[in-house]
Design a protein around this ligand. Structure first.
Ligand code: CA
Length: 230
């Protein structure tokens, strides 16, 4: 059996902390809880957790500030918890280096899935760069710069390839529009969400069996895109 996941929870709402503690067994997770951002940052430094669950609305400092300060020295997966309708805050948190987000109220199954993906992504990022990505019938060969769907090669333009390759390198993780624009098109194209949407449309025409119901790349409405892991 593997050791329990060490989780620092930075959240001032006691019912949510109680829900988390009640949801996972001590064999599954060991919780360290903080109701403020400053204490939470110290706790992450002291406990070296496997994962951080972070509320954006904290009584002392902004959750965003917590993300920025943690990212100065740690790559620990951070999942942000926020209230519905805080899209701008979620985007800012992802841009600042958070791995994913959950919208309150969230179901346990959703939390578990996000935790698994964040940890898998972290584990992958610690290894040498992979030569290929494969999941769900989609294969990306980063050396030959080829993309295959169910074993058949898909012809992509260089920009479309960069888009797919970027999402595949961060599979499971939501990337914001600005993160994608910056990586694929460069700094000057930040805020050109329309450009991204057009290219994503053509990519979907090429890789998805039904572009209206994408299987590989999911739209995170108002935030960005996520390449799904099986
Ligand atoms: Ca709060």
């Amino acid at each position: 059996m593997s050791a329990p996941t060490r989780i620092v929870v930075i959240e001032d709402e006691v019912p949510i902390r109680r829900f988390l503690r009640a949801s996972l067994t001590p064999e599954e997770a060991e919780f360290f809880e903080s109701g403020t951002g400053e204490e939470g940052i110290r706790m992450v430094a002291q406990k070296s957790p496997d994962l951080v669950l972070l509320d954006l609305g904290l009584p002392d400092i902004d959750g965003l500030e917590v993300v920025r300060r943690l990212r100065e020295w740690t790559a620990v997966p951070i999942i942000v918890i926020s209230a519905r309708g805080q899209e701008k805050d979620k985007i800012a948190a992802l841009d600042a280096g958070a791995d994913d987000y959950l919208t309150k109220p969230f179901a346990l199954g959703e939390l578990m899935a996000r935790m698994r993906v964040a940890q898998r992504h972290f584990a992958l990022s610690q290894h040498a760069v992979e030569k290929t990505f494969e999941s769900n019938g989609l294969r990306v060969d980063f050396e030959s710069r080829q993309v295959f769907v169910e074993g058949r090669e898909v012809r992509l333009t260089p920009t479309e390839y960069r888009l797919v390759a970027l999402l595949a390198r961060h599979a499971g993780k939501v990337l914001t529009h600005n993160q994608i624009l910056r990586e694929v098109w460069g700094q000057a194209y930040e805020d050109s969400t329309h450009t991204l949407r057009v290219h994503m449309g053509t990519v979907r025409q090429k890789i998805e069996a039904d572009p209206a119901r994408p299987k590989f790349v999911r739209t995170e409405t108002g935030i960005g895109y996520r390449l799904m892991l099986e």
